[in-house]
Design a binder for this molecule. Structure first.
Ligand code: FAD
Length: 511
């Protein structure tokens, strides 16, 4: 072969210009790599989803007439890493050109950037997936300053003319949060649609993982429910537009125990297909907008809420990631505690944590508010080392890739960046959890109590977090109200709360 083109597991973009015509003498390679299965401890469904999707992609390329080599974990065992594999392939096929698409994370990008092979030209291409080109980041993002999603999002809406009426936002407002973010009443539960799931046989992949002693966690399903082909991903998008989009915004922040059966509520679960690039963000946005235009049951507040997640948040965190190379070192609160062991089992008496963790172990999925306001909030209040928090999020979710995981975890949820992404920490007491979910109803802890024996640990932890970080946070005008509530409390009450919190932290393993 004259040219070898490698495709990584999250580069499954069938619409890429590479595939628009057949290239004689060109070999595409997709490889299940040991380094990718092991760079962190992954949820077993996450590895299965990537490997299965890669395998299907290779088959689709072959069917379309491209030459394609698929290497599984058995085949790649002799190679110590990606670079070693590439060097061997180039030598074997005597290729004159090696091409790759730019990886979306530093780890892989650095590995490929160092590649130097005598007599072989190395070419790097765009993945042609995102709205923004990397060369444009400088116009939108500022290093180590507060970057505001809302102003970024408005620029994106205007630039790409998404939900616009000339120069003004369709419907008159940029944001319909006030209409959205309702809680679920008992009468709403019935109407939640059953999640559309698939049944991809991954038994061979599971056997390979075992044979190669790849350490994973979470519950394995022989029949993987995540979409791993383009056809399945499009089916899920269609299902979302028909059954979930009409109420997407309305219940975006709600949580319920019913989520054990209808575990994704009105969320799309498109993140894996998007992040593996099986679907493009433009395709998702245009399909959803078409559904909005053609159906009276989808109002502007629902479609705007959805559009914001994709052309807003998703593109925004990517820009933050690439403009902050040192993000992984940030630890604003100097948090150092170990992640408690129930994060790997779900076995805690705190009902909210146990629900969110168990669901994550079962499905490699939790929706945004479970990630931000349940597990994330708990780690923030208990000062868990952000490296450990990052590792957990990077491993457990089917959609977790560092460029999107890290800004969300370290920045949004842990405020370890000191406010590059968020205007204030997303810290909450049991009051929030009780308001937005039914988790507290049959919890062993009381969401109302602050310092009694069975008081919800979140309450004392919350006030401890506020008191403990006064120097760092009290200048933030968005925190003024909270500090004035804290400062009005009687000294005796403060001491009871802080003593309770100290006890909770001492016994963090047995909550
Ligand atoms: P929906 O609620 O249906 O939203 C639609 C799409 O919008 C998602 O598929 C996703 O592509 C995009 N989106 C929504 N919110 C965000 C966001 N904050 N950042 C980027 N894209 C967003 N998302 C990941 O894709 N990978 C991660 O590793 C990841 N880690 C996270 C860690 C924490 C601590 C938090 C708070 C959030 C994280 N998110 C991550 C963002 C978000 O929670 C998920 O994208 C979402 O839950 C995926 O489910 P969904 O497809 O049903 O999303």
């Amino acid at each position: 072969y004259d040219e070898i083109r490698i495709l990584l597991g999250d580069q499954l973009n069938a619409k890429h210009s590479w595939f628009q015509e057949k290239q004689d003498g060109c070999l595409y390679v997709l490889a299940e790599l040991h380094q990718e299965a092991q760079y962190t401890k992954h949820h077993v469904q996450k590895i299965c989803a990537f490997f299965d999707a890669m395998n299907h992609f290779a088959q689709a390329l072959q069917k379309a007439g491209h030459e394609c080599l698929y290497l599984n974990l058995d085949d790649t065992e002799p190679y110590k890493n990606l670079v070693h594999l590439i060097e061997s392939l180039i030598e074997k096929y005597n290729a004159k050109v090696f091409s790759y698409q730019l990886p979306d994370e530093y780890r892989l990008r650095d590995q490929l950037a160092d590649l130097q092979i005598e007599g072989c030209k190395v070419l790097a291409y765009s993945t042609e997936h995102f709205y923004l080109d990397e060369s444009e980041f400088g116009q939108y993002f500022h290093k180590d300053k507060h970057n505001r999603m809302e102003s970024f999002y408005r620029k994106m809406r205007k630039r790409y003319s998404v939900l616009m009426d000339g120069d003004t936002p369709l419907g008159g407002d940029w944001n319909y949060d006030k209409k959205n973010r309702n809680t679920l009443k008992k009468s709403d539960l019935e109407a939640i649609p059953e999640p559309l799931v698939f049944a991809n046989d991954v038994s061979d992949i599971l056997k390979r993982l075992e044979r190669h002693n790849i350490k994973t966690f979470g519950n394995a399903h022989q029949l993987l429910l995540w979409p791993t082909t383009r056809q399945q991903a499009r089916k899920l998008l269609k299902h979302f537009c028909e059954s979930c989009l009409p109420r997407f915004g309305q219940f975006q922040d709600a949580m319920t125990k019913a989520s054990q059966h209808k575990w994704s509520l009105y969320h799309s679960r498109l993140s894996f297909a998007l992040n593996a690039k099986i679907l493009s963000p433009k395709e998702v946005i245009s399909t959803a907008i078409k559904a909005f235009e053609q159906n009276d049951n989808i109002d502007i507040a629902q479609i705007e809420g959805f559009v914001r997640q994709i052309i807003g948040w998703r593109e925004f965190v990517r820009g933050i990631y690439w403009t902050h190379e040192d993000y992984r070192e940030k630890n604003y609160f100097n948090a150092k505690r170990e992640l408690p062991s129930y994060f790997w089992t779900g076995e805690t008496k705190m009902r909210c944590l146990s629900e969110a963790i168990t669901q994550s172990l079962d499905y490699a999925y939790a929706h945004h508010i479970q990630r931000l306001m349940i597990t994330g909030n708990f780690c923030l209040l208990t000062e868990i080392d952000p490296d450990q928090v990052d590792d957990w999020y990077l491993g457990i979710y089917v959609d977790a890739i560092e460029w999107v995981e890290m800004p969300n975890t370290r920045g949004m949820s842990q405020f370890a960046d000191g406010g590059i992404i968020a205007t204030k920490p997303y810290a909450a007491s049991a009051n929030y959890v009780h308001k937005m979910s039914d988790y507290c109803q049959d919890c062993e802890y009381s969401h109302k109590e602050k310092h009694s024996e069975n008081a919800c640990p979140l309450n004392s932890l919350y006030w401890r977090f506020i008191a403990h970080n006064e120097e760092k946070l009290s200048q933030n005008h968005r925190m003024n109200m909270i500090y004035s509530v804290w400062n009005k409390k009687a000294q005796e009450e403060k001491e009871l709360i802080l003593n309770k919190a100290a006890g909770v932290l001492r016994n963090i393993e047995s909550l």
